[in-house]
Design a protein around this ligand. Sequence first.
Ligand SMILES: CC(=O)SCCNC(=O)CCNC(=O)[C@H](O)C(C)(C)COP(=O)(O)OP(=O)(O)OC[C@H]1O[C@@H](n2cnc3c(N)ncnc32)[C@H](O)[C@@H]1OP(=O)(O)O
Ligand SMILES: CC(C)C(=O)C(=O)O
Ligand SMILES: [Mg+2]
Length: 516
Amino acid sequence: MTASTDRVVIFDTTLRDGEQCPGATMTFEEKLEVAALLDRMGVDVIEAGFPIASNGDFEAVAEIARRAENATVAGLARAIPADIARAGEAVRHARKGRIHTFVSTSPIHLAHQMKKTEDQVIEIIQATVTQARNLVEDVEWSAMDATRTPIDYLCRAVETAIKAGATTINLPDTVGYATPVDYGNMFRQVRERVPGADKVIFSTHCHDDLGLAVANSLAGVAGGARQIECTINGLGERAGNAALEEIVMALKVRRDVLPYGTGVESTMLTRASRLVSAATSFPVQYNKAIVGKNAFAHESGIHQDGMLKHNETYEIMTPASVGVTKTSLVMGKHSGRAAFKDKLKALGYELGENALQDAFTRFKDLADRKKHVYDEDIEALVDGQIASAHDRAKVLSLTVIAGTMGPQSATLTLDIDGVHTTVQSTGNGPVDAIFNAVCKVMPHQARLALYQVHAVTEGTDAQAEVSIRLEEGDKIATARAADPDTLVASAKAYVAAINKLAAKRGQLNPQAAMTA
Ligand SMILES: CC(=O)SCCNC(=O)CCNC(=O)[C@H](O)C(C)(C)COP(=O)(O)OP(=O)(O)OC[C@H]1O[C@@H](n2cnc3c(N)ncnc32)[C@H](O)[C@@H]1OP(=O)(O)O
Ligand SMILES: CC(C)C(=O)C(=O)O
Ligand SMILES: [Mg+2]
């Protein structure tokens, strides 16, 4: 695949450079799982590890090589015969195997890390690429720290690698130093000057030290590269590598100016991101492009209003195109009426204009005080509004006799429209006794569909929160009440639910709303 084609090879190095990120080590099984997903989603080359690094790395590369059905599997090797032999052994059983060998070319690396002269490194390139090529057909050679290498020497090194049989030439921005203009020009110059450059694929490999990894990779493609090395979630050494999901979507969304396709199924990107995040225990930052939790979330009223009118007002790609079910309109202090009304509709409420305005004001007050406003908060706010608007009965006092001696009984005083009524009742347990007492004052035909108690906090002095759901024909009323005394919370929740039911009935027949 030379520069004249419009297809870019996606080379994923999550399992090699990604794993070099401090703390991101994956187990053998996790690596197999990630590799299987990369293979299925259409990644062209999976760099599965650095076989000389450890027996574990060797085994992982070898097993991934055996299992991969579509992708080429690459193993990394320094410019050292033992490394190359080990990488060759690891990818031996792959349907398509690659040895990726690299050596430094920059003056600073030659002087301080390699302690070799330029001529010595040229000899090493010649010998090691030849060795690799004798083991496999597909050999990638990388000039480590290419972007800090004088162009004349870089061209000489690349020419040596091509002559020795390299089929892919990678020019990494190892330390994340390049800018897009530099990086694109480097590829243009090398491709123009090196004999045989038109017979190989040039590759980018960018690090994100200046936050330019994706931009540099795309500039490299504009300069003639046709392979991009990248990682899921941008994982990698130091600030990471170019993020695969960003590269794939940039090429997909901006095909008008970057007319190069990939074979990656973009709807699997979110899944891959979650898998790698779980395997490495590295959380994905909320505002990460493409796969972050907020990538398709809108909180501000103006954006939400636009999104409700037309989804292209504030989204340049659909959530479905990257495997996210839907856009989310997050309710918060920046939300407006349009989104609030839409949320209420989704939650099953249809309020008149005045009630809507009232609920919206209360919602804004709540959002000013609370960081996250959940659907349940909005439900409670509207339910509370409905209930308090029709809150005709209130629990004034409750005395319960419970325990083993039985029968359990409850003495309950309710305030209904300002009139205090006291009743007594027995029951099969204290809660039953309370509910029977309530029914004496407020008879109804509703079925108790849910009675649930849970502790709001920990400890024996915790507040008990009781949830009740009553169903009467097609009318449903739910209510919650909290009190340090579970039985008092039960009485309050039950009365609140009946209040709501009465209000619902009352909308049809106000006189019959409460039959005390
Ligand atoms: C830019 C990159 O991402 S490069 C890849 C980096 N990844 C890793 O290093 C992860 C895996 N690494 C390892 O497990 C180990 O470092 C090993 C197994 C590769 C080597 O371990 P050791 O033999 O103990 O060497 P150590 O790590 O201390 O030093 C690296 C040696 O490799 C040499 N070296 C580094 N790169 C290359 C290269 N491309 N070709 C040849 N030699 C190299 C260094 O000069 C140094 O040699 P020296 O010991 O003669 O000075
Ligand atoms: C091994 C090489 C390709 C590398 O990771 C780098 O230069 O960043
Ligand atoms: Mg790297």
